[in-house]
Design a binder for this molecule. Structure first.
Ligand code: SF4
Ligand code: FE
Length: 484
């Protein structure tokens, strides 16, 4: 089976024995949980779209391992055009869900581990690349959703992993056996873990020789013995329990994050992709982060498209669409959004081949992309709130709208232009709220800041890649200054 349908994906998730906790309770059926289900629906969209002929070129690809048709979310990018198509696919998925569709972290991990494991083998004669290709082929053939887990809790940020008072604050190897390793630790803010079949774990930062046990990368099922997760709260999450479509803003789709605990999890030898080769921890982090910073030039742009559309529709409903300042704001929003897209496309088009044969984005441009993402969505959100007006946060509930006594007052006094039903106006206001302050704000706002690395992480990379020395030389040549 090469491609799963959306329904097959949902059924496959039911078969997993995931250990999920939320509000102090074990969730026995995460697939049908009203708080979690919208996030599952977002991942399901990556399967549904791949079935549609009009999206086949973006959503599917050809496996470099088997030549078979695969979902692009399991693709190894073999040329710059693949990298461009990846970004376009993510924009499409963002447009269709207005949320984080979660499946990119695995795709970005695939491509980072692919090239890094090849280079480790080249240096040390290890077998990580073969291990990884076997795992990759398995995920491609089964069309699995794979999480990519990088962020350790990190404890005292001034201390290296081995120097922490609590040794588990970075995930590490606690036992080595002839048939594999046992790992302990946690990964925080894990996007989509509850909706994934497998996880690729990677180290979170560069490491020195004393951090040997912490420089580890592997894959395992998300329901492996010893793994459990505690779901993070989102703003307005319990509105999803109230059964009100309008009040949630986007009731069908969402994202999810969790703290995932690895409590002595056994990893067999053939699922290990890095174990102790500390100098490659930083390489793996840099590449994964680079791919995920490229990703934001697609997914956030797609969600931005929906927010711009919501602001424009709200302006229509308010009767303000012809005001010159509103028109100007509706120019500024796409300008910012398309600037992000330019960065996502540019770092892809400038991608280059690694020793393993796959393509890596231009790291400087990918970091510029993500640095802009830490800023522009905030401005786009600010403009959307400006255009929408205060009703996006003060509107009464759907229950009041449906109430026989109160409903007619709401309908009367919250109507904008006369030919648009008040209910439609409220729906659009709640969508703006959802994207800027509600549960989707995790994916659109704060994740724009901290996802794929906080702003300072990109500035470090920009400093490293910016080549100021070459630029100084250009200036000196033009100014006629000869170096002594
Ligand atoms: Fe994909 Fe964007 Fe979510 Fe990352 S934040 S998993 S790139 S949708
Ligand atoms: Fe993310």
């Amino acid at each position: 089976m090469a491609l799963m349908t959306g329904e097959q994906y949902v059924e496959s998730m039911r078969k997993l024995n995931l250990q999920v906790y939320m509000f102090g309770e074990k969730i026995e059926n995460p697939v049908d949980d009203p708080i979690l289900r919208p996030s599952l629906n977002s991942v399901k969209m990556t399967y549904d779209l791949a079935q549609m002929p009009e999206y086949e070129d973006l959503m599917t690809s050809t496996s470099n391992l088997t030549g078979e048709k695969i979902n692009r979310f399991t693709n190894i990018h073999m040329n710059a055009q693949d990298l461009v198509k990846k970004v376009k696919m993510q924009r499409l998925c963002g447009q269709k869900t207005a949320a984080c569709f979660q499946r990119c972290v695995g795709m970005d991990a695939f491509n980072a581990v692919y090239s890094t494991s090849y280079e480790i083998d080249e240096k040390y004669g290890t077998h990580y690349f073969e291990n990884f290709k076997k795992f990759l082929q398995y995920t491609q053939e089964k069309d699995l959703t794979v999480d990519g887990a990088m962020t350790d809790p990190k404890g005292d940020r001034s201390l290296a992993p081995h120097a922490q008072k609590d040794p588990d604050l970075f995930l590490h190897v606690v036992e080595r056996r002839p048939d594999g390793i046992v790992v302990r630790g946690a990964k925080a803010h894990q996007t989509g873990f509850v909706n994934s079949h497998e996880v690729i774990v990677m180290p979170t930062q560069s490491m020195g020789p004393e951090d040997r046990d912490y420089a580890v990368s592997f894959a395992c099922p998300t329901d492996a013995e010893g793994i459990f997760m505690i779901v993070g709260r989102q703003s307005c999450d319990t509105r999803k329990l109230e059964g009100s479509d309008i009040d949630v803003g986007n009731s069908r789709f969402g994202g999810m994050e969790a703290l995932v605990i690895f409590d002595n999890v056994f990893i067999p030898n053939d699922r290990i992709f890095l174990d102790g080769e500390t100098e490659f921890a930083g390489v793996l982090v840099e590449r994964f982060a680079g791919y995920h910073r490229q990703s934001y030039g697609g997914c956030k742009v797609g969600v931005g498209d929906v927010l711009i559309g919501a602001a424009a529709a709200a302006a229509d409903y308010n009767g303000a669409a012809r005001a010159s300042h509103v028109k100007d704001k509706l120019i500024e929003m796409p300008h910012l959004n398309e600037t992000l897209y330019c960065c996502g496309i540019a770092c892809s088009a400038e991608g280059a081949q690694t020793k393993s044969g796959n393509y890596l984005i231009d790291l400087l441009l990918a970091n510029v992309c993500k640095q802009n993402v830490t800023r522009f969505p905030y401005e786009i959100a600010r403009l959307a709130e400006d255009i929408a007006g205060g009703l996006m946060v003060t509107a009464p509930s759907e229950k009041d709208l449906r109430d026989p006594k109160l409903g007619r007052y709401i309908d009367k006094y919250f109507r904008g232009v006369n030919d648009v039903p008040t209910e439609d106006r409220m729906r659009m206001m709640r969508l703006v709220e959802n994207l800027t302050l509600g549960s989707a704000a995790v994916g659109y706002r704060t994740e724009s800041m901290h996802g794929a690395g906080s702003p300072q992480a990109q500035r470090i990379m920009i400093a490293r890649q910016g080549n100021i020395g070459m630029k100084k030389k250009l200036a000196k040549d033009i100014a006629g200054i000869k170096e002594s």
